[in-house]
Design a protein around this ligand. Structure first.
Ligand code: CO
Length: 135
């Protein structure tokens, strides 16, 4: 069902400062930056090899990531796996009784279709499934 790890997402309180850290300390540059209004996030994709670190800032305090930062502080937010059949993956997970945040795919950053799997059925880890247009 799963391809590679597409990205590892880190919630950050200051997106510009985080971008500077990844550039200056780790030597990694932002390949794509985007505000996804309906998710309440601004994300910066930092390429590392064949995957990305997704720096995830909140567009406001009253957003999912804003509340996460308030409650947990900065740090690991979710891991995104690439799949070639998102609908099929959701059907399979549902059949196994895995709790889903998104029962149907929705549009995420970079125009990719995504769906989130609830951490409560996954040992506390929020997982994002991503299907790219080419796959
Ligand atoms: Co993500």
């Amino acid at each position: 069902m799963l391809g590679k790890i597409e990205h590892v997402a880190v919630a950050v309180a200051d997106l510009d400062a985080a971008i500077a850290l990844y550039r200056d300390v780790w030597g990694l540059d932002v390949e794509h930056r985007e505000r996804v209004e309906d998710q309440g996030v601004e994300e910066a994709m930092v390429r590392i090899g064949d995957s990305y670190i997704q720096l995830l800032g909140a567009t406001g305090a009253d957003t999912t990531v804003g509340k996460f930062l308030e409650r947990r502080g900065e740090g690991l937010h979710h891991i995104a796996y690439e799949v070639d059949d998102l609908e099929g993956a959701l059907t399979q997970l549902k059949a196994q009784g895995v709790p889903l945040i998104d029962e149907v795919p929705r549009r995420g950053g970079r125009g990719h279709m995504v769906a989130f799997v609830h951490p409560k059925g996954n040992r506390g880890l929020l997982v994002e499934l991503i299907q790219k247009p080419s796959s």
